[in-house]
Design a protein around this ligand. Structure first.
Ligand code: XMP
Length: 544
């Protein structure tokens, strides 16, 4: 049976992966392609619907990203968002120009609930406190809701056949439809959470207009992947470098379910992991854990510290840690003998960001797409998580019975604490960071859990990533009657959607003070604690 799919045509906007994620939340499988994709390929894929995303250009400018008119004549429902909405109007004979008012931010929008896009969306405008905007033909039958607007241009004249089905105070065409042809355009961004009922609108499109059944679910994903892995691997041997991060742990659990002890996981403890992490990974995947696999833990701490002794330059440290990993892994692989398959924990954002999927190609050197290790002999690779977003990987992990602390683990860089210790790395400094970081995570976790118990949701300050780092600075302090000359710990916490840009999280001051006093009292060698306020850019999230 052919899997039903919606495709997202990426015109270079910043929320494009978010669009695909929201569609998948509607249980509809979705893939992202660059707007440069040939129309024949789209026809071959036979999607149930097409979504055109936002983008940074003006569609009427020469050389702006565009798409052939034929796209709208395939009989496949199309939804244009922001730039996509403007482009649809432009290509089909409407007019797009610079808007008299730039709309940006949370905006009240009046939608026509008779439109298939807005079925069940919003509250009757006449019942909303703020006086509804008088627009010819819409006064009595609109519903009001909040949307997220961000545009310079607007649709000043709709293409023939289209009618306006939403407006705001400054935008007469906040959405338009040509219902007979299943063409829809939305000027705002239903994919961001500030559009309160945005997911419902996307649901209405993919499940209502496109008629998708919604059978993309993680339990059926697990079942079909296990079958696919078995078919591919047969009785071959599979090797996996298990880091203990979310992706490789979920991958290990999935492979374990599929091929059991044909799988060998090599877990290199480089001595730059968080406190207790090595034992936690061994607890889950080792001989006393839940899986019948071959688990090899390599305790390479001393080897790493020796290599890193005296090295201060960040890139050099990264390189040493990376190269040493290859060496250790290679040695272990040799002991195992020939393997048939190498498993990789590539996930969908890696694929998209490596330029293989959408348009917003940002190549990150630490992503493992395309870079196959040439130091292990194998026939082929297995990458069963390649089409999943991170939140889906987590769902698969829970489905497979992995513990929550592993599944909801924060992002942790490959070079580990090596890049959270400024300057030379030593065993002593690693211990300080591990202990400080443990206290920090414990206290923030506790404060967040208390808030959630009271309010039913995470606090707005809940960081997307937070950790302690060690500055290479020592300074004077007093402890009791004694003068100290010790290290300063840096507390980092950021709010971010995509980890490309970030802001310091507004953790309550009393929580930070508890963390500070516990770290200084409990961690030997620390007499100062600082909170890092830097956003990204200009800072990065990690210290090095
Ligand atoms: P930066 O410091 O670049 O971090 O703002 C952005 C995100 O990427 C993670 N990060 C890494 N992940 N290997 C990884 O697997 C690395 O070398 C690496 N460097 C940074 C970082 O933790 C943050 O989530």
């Amino acid at each position: 049976m052919e899997r039903e799919m919606v495709i997202v045509l990426d015109f270079g906007g910043q929320y494009n992966q978010l669009v695909a994620r929201r569609v998948r939340e509607c249980n509809v499988y979705c893939e992202i392609y660059s707007y440069k994709i040939d129309i024949q390929k789209i026809k071959d894929m036979n999607p149930k619907g097409i979504i055109l995303t936002g983008g940074p250009n003006s569609c009427y400018e020469e050389g702006a990203p565009t798409y052939t008119k034929e796209l709208f004549e395939l009989g496949i429902p199309v939804l244009g968002l922001c730039y996509g909405a403007q482009l649809m109007s432009h290509v089909l004979g409407g007019k797009v120009e610079k808007a008299p008012v730039r709309e940006y931010g949370k905006t009240q929008v009046f939608v026509n609930p008779a439109s298939a896009l807005f079925a069940g969306v919003g509250t009757k405008s006449s019942e909303v406190a703020a006086a509804p905007l008088a627009m010819a033909g819409h006064e009595d039958n609109t519903n009001a809701t909040q949307c997220w607007m961000s545009h310079f241009d607007y649709i000043s004249k709709m293409a023939p056949g289209f009618t306006s089905v939403a407006h705001t105070a400054d935008c007469p065409v906040a959405a338009a439809e040509y219902a007979e042809k299943n063409l829809y355009a939305i000027q705002f961004h239903p994919e961001v959470l500030h559009t309160v009922e945005g997911t419902k609108m996307l649901y209405n499109f993919v499940r209502g207009v496109c008629g998708c059944a919604g059978d993309w679910r993680m339990d059926s994903f697990v079942e079909s992947s296990i079958n696919e892995i078995r078919a591919k691997v047969g009785d071959g041997k599979v090797l996996l470098a298990l880091s203990g991060g979310v992706d490789s742990s979920v991958l290990a659990a999935l492979l374990a379910k599929a091929v059991g002890n044909q799988l060998t996981c090599v877990f290199v403890d480089h001595g730059l992991l968080r406190k207790n992490e090595g034992d936690e990974v061994e607890g889950v995947f080792g001989p006393n854990g839940d899986f019948d696999i071959n688990f090899v833990r390599v305790n390479a701490q001393e080897r790493y510290y020796a290599k890193l002794a005296g090295v201060e330059e960040p890139e050099r440290k990264r390189k040493i840690i990376g190269e040493e990993f290859i060496r250790v892994f290679e040695e272990e692989a040799k002991k195992i003998g020939t393997v048939d398959f190498l498993a990789q924990g590539t996930i969908y954002p890696d694929v998209v960001e490596s330029g293989l999927g959408g348009e917003s190609a940002v190549i990150k050197s630490h992503h493992n797409v395309g870079g196959l290790p040439d130091y292990v002999d194998f026939k082929d690779i297995v990458e069963p998580l390649r089409n999943l977003f991170k939140d889906e990987v987590r769902k698969v992990g829970l489905e497979l019975g992995l513990p929550e602390y592993l599944v909801y683990r924060q992002p942790f860089p490959g070079p580990g604490l090596g890049i959270r210790i400024i300057g030379e790395v030593t065993g002593e400094k690693v211990k300080i960071v591990q202990d400080a970081d443990y206290i920090y995570r414990e206290e923030v976790g506790k404060a967040a859990a208390e808030y959630k118990a009271k309010n039913g949701e995470n606090p707005s300050w809940m960081p997307d990533q937070y950790f302690a780092a060690l500055s290479n600075m020592r300074s004077v302090g007093v402890m009791g009657d004694e003068r100290t000359y010790d290290y300063a710990v840096v507390l980092r916490a950021v709010k971010t959607i995509d980890f490309m840009t970030a802001e310091a999280a507004n953790i309550p001051f009393d929580v930070l003070q508890t963390v500070m006093s516990r770290i200084i009292n409990e961690v030997r060698g620390v007499n100062r604690c600082m909170y890092d306020l830097t956003s990204k850019p200009p800072g990065t999230i990690e210290m090095e």
